[in-house]
Design a protein around this ligand. Structure first.
Ligand SMILES: Cc1ncc(COP(=O)(O)O)c(C=O)c1O
Length: 547
């Protein structure tokens, strides 16, 4: 295909997208589209041929990286054998059973049963229903209340959305689920939330008062992310979850851990619960369970809850895709890869390094705090360090669509694409933005990988690039994703021309032909940095408003 016709094919596709697709969180006035067509490791390519570093593992889920052939083979093999059958009633399938066994093996003690779904919101819907149903089956009717936290994100079902503690998910959608109470999030940096007291002490007092106020006999469960992701990578103090667990147990209130983000290695453990040494009654998962190759979720359930659900006619909540054999086969292989490649250790090791190195950013006037655990890191941005005023719409640039600048940035790299320090013989990459620079070709004398400069990102919302027209440097803005990520920062055009995506100098040519180039891309050592980007706008706006 000639260059001109390739460009016009891309333009047509983009135009069709504008006409047909409804994108979450995309302001109507935004013309810009980034149509991805290929992925390998932590690199992506769009229909216009631009390259990106995936700085956030998609939406914090691509633990094993993009484009792994072994996953595609497993899916194809399973589809040829049994692509799907229902798991309702007495029906099951071998893959779902194998996956359940594996999940129970790696789960925190006490979680011995598995309920499979198709994603995070579905899993949370199921978990909330399980909690209420558990009490009702025991004869404790009226235990309906759910305790959650402000700034929490649990998905967009009416149950999970009601438990989410950000107004954007409530306003304009009619009545939410009744009997949900939102508490103060453990966010030590925001001392003003705790009346000058210790964050855990404050939160525990508030929880105790809330339980008294509602009456423990009316409360089914408390739901919480071990580390709040969408709310700003909020890491609670170490004693927060153990003390919450103790208080809830004393009142017979179930603890649901929403581990849609934190499970399967992001924090350096299989589950965030293990990081905090807590045994919840239910754990909700999705995302990293398949590294995003196919949709799947799972709720891990403790024996007493599972026993109640099995009573009489059983648990009357089923999704068509419960126990989907192909999704389960993919999840099994994905978990094998996470274990086989030591990605838990790697997430911890690289995460610690990133946190250490990123902490130097706290010297900047706009950086309030750098925090995180494993490969879940965040940078809180402030307009004024003294007062910790969040960066506001008036204090910084607004986009053409009126979107607000970030008040925090997410960094959630792909664990499989980051190498250990010790695996780099020349030890030249020890700068946080270049953890996976290939020693032989991309370590510059300064230790900085040239590959860092190769990521591309579209221009600001509303800006539509014409074929062949190069944007002025001032137009280069990082692309922000609603889940809190920066896809990449665009390289200066001059450098993009000189340096190829695999970091090699143009003189070290890829094998000829498209297949050769693809092979070259896949085999090139993965690039580095994955510096996450801005968590965007409306969520931040609402969080700010609350403050
Ligand atoms: C903690 C948490 N729970 C639930 C969800 C919802 O998952 P899904 O988008 O798969 O429905 C998300 C999504 O980002 C999440 O971060």
């Amino acid at each position: 295909m000639s260059t001109t016709s390739a460009v016009s094919a891309a333009e047509q596709l983009i135009e069709r997208d504008r006409q047909l697709l409804i994108h979450p969180y995309l302001p109507g006035a935004t013309e810009e589209r980034v149509v991805m067509t290929e992925g390998a490791g932590c690199r992506l390519k769009d229909v216009e041929g631009r390259e990106y570093l995936d700085a956030t593992g998609g939406l914090w889920l691509a633990q094993i990286g993009h484009g792994r052939a072994e996953i595609a083979e497993v899916a194809a093999r399973q589809m040829r054998r049994l692509e799907y059958f229902t798991s309702f009633w007495e029906f099951s399938n071998d893959r779902a059973i194998e996956l359940a066994s594996r999940l129970v093996e790696i789960a925190p003690d006490g979680l011995s049963r598995v309920y499979l779904t198709s994603g995070g919101s579905e899993s949370n819907e199921a978990a909330l229903r399980m909690a209420r149903y558990f009490h009702s089956r025991r004869g404790h009717e009226g235990r309906d209340w759910i305790l959650a936290r402000r700034s929490a994100y649990h998905g967009i079902g009416y149950g999970s959305g009601s438990a989410s503690g950000l107004p954007i998910y409530h306003e304009g959608f009619g009545p939410m689920l009744p009997h949900v109470r939102h508490l103060t999030p453990p966010w030590p940096y925001r001392r003003e939330l705790f009346d000058g007291r210790d964050a855990t002490d404050f939160c525990l007092d508030e929880l105790e008062r809330t339980i008294e106020d509602i009456g423990p006999e009316h409360i089914a469960a408390m739901i919480g992310e071990p580390i709040m992701g969408v709310g700003g990578m909020l890491v609670p103090p170490d004693d927060y979850w153990p003390r919450v667990r103790e208080l809830l147990s004393a009142h017979g209130i179930l603890l649901i851990f929403d581990e849609v983000v934190t499970a399967f290695g992001r924090t350096g453990s299989w589950f965030g619960a293990q990081h905090f040494g807590v045994e919840p009654d239910l754990i909700v998962t999705a995302k990293g369970i398949t590294s995003g190759y196919v949709p799947l979720g799972a709720v891990l359930v403790s024996e007493p809850v599972a026993e109640m659900l099995a009573r009489d006619h059983g648990f009357p909540v089923g999704f068509t895709y419960n126990g989907h054999p192909t999704a389960c086969a993919v999840a099994l292989r994905n978990l094998e890869i996470i274990e086989g490649e030591g990605l838990l250790d790697r997430a911890r090791e690289i995460g610690d390094l990133l946190l250490r190195e990123l902490s130097s950013l706290e010297q900047l006037p706009v950086v309030g705090e750098v925090r995180g655990v494993g490969m879940m890191l965040g940078i809180e941005l402030v307009a004024d360090k003294q007062s910790r005023t969040p960066i506001s719409m008036h204090a910084a640039r607004t986009t053409s669509s009126g979107a607000r600048p970030a008040s925090w940035c997410a960094i959630a790299p792909i664990p499989s694409c980051c190498r250990r320090r010790s695996s780099c013989p020349r030890r030249r990459w020890a700068r946080w933005w270049a953890p996976c620079a290939p020693c032989s070709s991309a370590c510059s004398p300064t230790g900085r990988s040239r590959r860092h400069d190769l990521v591309g990102a579209p221009g600001p919302p509303g800006h539509r690039r014409r074929p062949g027209r190069r944007r002025a440097p001032a137009d280069r803005q990082p692309r922000r994703w609603p889940g809190g990520g920066l896809v990449g920062a665009r390289a200066p055009a001059r450098r993009r021309r000189r340096i190829r995506v695999d970091g090699a100098h143009p003189r070290r040519a890829a094998p000829a032909g498209a297949a050769g180039r693809r092979r070259h891309l896949q085999h090139a050592p993965p690039p580095a940095g994955h510096l996450g980007g801005g968590h965007q706008s409306r969520r931040a706006r609402h969080a700010d408003r609350r403050l």
